[in-house]
Design a protein. Structure first.
Length: 268
């Protein structure tokens, strides 16, 4: 089976699931060029809990983990099947790290379905979601990403979903594609690391703009899974999309093992 690529998608607002904008169109175009995997393993910023767990149900529910958005967003359903056997594979491949199997608590949150609705809109590919263990140091997530890389040899596409820059307190809704100077500086520094030395991505935590760009780690950590698997394979990530939203979000997306896929994507 062809080795699957891995992605990091800067997902931004949940409304990107419904809206046609520069980012949602880029995701849809990317999806049209991607191979069809056996299954998708998604690491979303929005399942940030005190353990490492993986969904193991046959029919994961669509979770609307937000408030204050239009009713039509709450009506979105992404009815992809689960794949319990992949959950078991995840638990095995990362040993000695422990991964709990979640049979009925979670599902697919908007960090997963707002992106997958464009990459694979038919929702006919099985999806398993991995939690982010909030109790673990950043290096743990790099290490776990490296271990998960082996799944790509067995038809599993690993999709991480977060934002390199994510500061909700500084959002400017009047600037839909704007980025503050500090957001540009930090995002550019991370881009240099991802495309040259992904194994050194934690050097970004020493950047002067890290505290304002990453006030909480939940949206930054998914990037570490992509960096970890790239470093484990001795390759670098490719920048697929670069851009900003509402001054304090970066919408950067990266790919690993793309093999020429989506090279036509404009880097903004």
């Amino acid at each position: 089976m062809t080795k699957m690529p891995a992605l990091f998608i800067g997902h931004g607002s949940p409304m990107n699931a419904l809206e046609s904008n520069v980012y949602s169109r880029a995701w849809r175009k990317l999806g049209q060029t991607l191979p069809r995997p056996r299954a998708l393993l998604v690491i979303s910023a929005h399942w940030f809990i005190g353990v490492t767990a993986v969904t193991a149900m046959k029919r994961p529910r669509t979770i609307h983990d937000f408030q204050g958005f239009p009713p039509r967003l709450f009506a979105v359903d992404y009815p992809a099947p689960g794949l319990p056997e992949l959950a078991q594979e995840v638990a095995e491949v990362v040993k000695p790290h422990r991964v709990d199997l979640d049979h009925d608590q979670w599902g697919l949150d908007h960090g997963a379905w707002s992106v997958l609705a464009h990459l694979y809109p038919a929702a006919d590919i099985p999806v398993v979601q991995l939690s982010i263990n909030a109790r673990k140091p950043l290096a743990y997530h790099l290490e776990l990403g490296a271990a998960l890389s082996a799944l790509r040899e067995n038809g599993v596409m690993i999709v991480s979903s977060g934002n390199v820059v994510h500061n909700l307190r500084l959002l400017d809704w009047s600037s839909p594609e704007g980025g503050s100077d500090w957001a540009h500086r930090f995002d550019d520094a991370v881009a240099t690391l991802m495309t040259d030395r992904p194994g050194a991505v934690l050097a970004a935590t020493e950047h002067a703009d890290f505290p304002v760009a990453v006030p909480t780690p939940d949206h930054f950590i998914p990037l570490l899974y992509t960096a970890g698997l790239a470093a484990a394979e001795g390759v670098c990530a490719e920048a697929l999309v670069r851009g900003y939203a509402m001054d304090s979000l970066s919408m950067s997306c990266y790919g690993v093992g793309m093999n020429g896929i989506a090279r036509e994507q404009a880097v903004r």
